[in-house]
Write a protein that binds this ligand. Sequence first.
Ligand code: PEP
Length: 261
Amino acid sequence: MKRILVVANWKMNLNTHEASTLLHRYHQHIATHRDIEVVVAPSLLSLQPLSVEMDRHRFRLASQDAYFKDEGSYTGEVSFAMLRDLVHYGIVGHSARRVYFGETLEVIREKVAAAVRNGITPILCIGETKQERDAGETKQVIHDHLTTALKNITSDEIENIVIAYEPIWAISTFDGEPAKPSDMQKAIEYIRFQIKELYGERAAKAVRVLYGGSVSDDDASVFLGIPGCDGVLVGAASLNYAKFTGIVDAAYRLARERRPS
Ligand code: PEP
């Protein structure tokens, strides 16, 4: 059985002290669970201190971004190679990187490869803009994002990649429109179909696919319950203790229902 993945993306919020306080509060509520993995992606600055404070049986760390070269004269950058002993996961190609920082699909492809090369599991974010959705281009965008980003990935590596479907229009920072679970299910099915086309049936089943976009405690169970959805990537609600622990509780309930008694 695949473990349910709940990822907290704190984005550019919380200084190191605040991050440590929130993590401490998470510790009070979130227990080790064999069927659930809770991942925290704080700012780059907080990764090191949180890695020391964190109970690694309960949480895993993720980077929000990193550069694809391992080392060199790239002022201001931090590489996946530098993060390899700190994080288990690395978010790659988040829409904020694409929209605000002009990150191209080719750069995302290099970053996916760099994460894998350094033993970090990429959480590859894909998803269309509102304009693309309105033009009926959702499937085309999913196809293009996947085929480009995964170009350097072998069939041995693909099963260890997480794909987060995050339609840009559903992310709170952008339009934050409510997403329909039926549409999300179709998109997730299409992602698995594309993985099957590229890597075969086994990989399509094994790869973990998450949903992300304004998930909160009141609708987490709906998104987590979508067939084929292996977890959620949570932005704004992950900064709120009550909302985030409510989302983790929804994952606990689902795991209990799924486990044969
Ligand atoms: C995100 O930025 O990855 C995200 C899903 O944000 P939010 O939950 O705030 O929409």
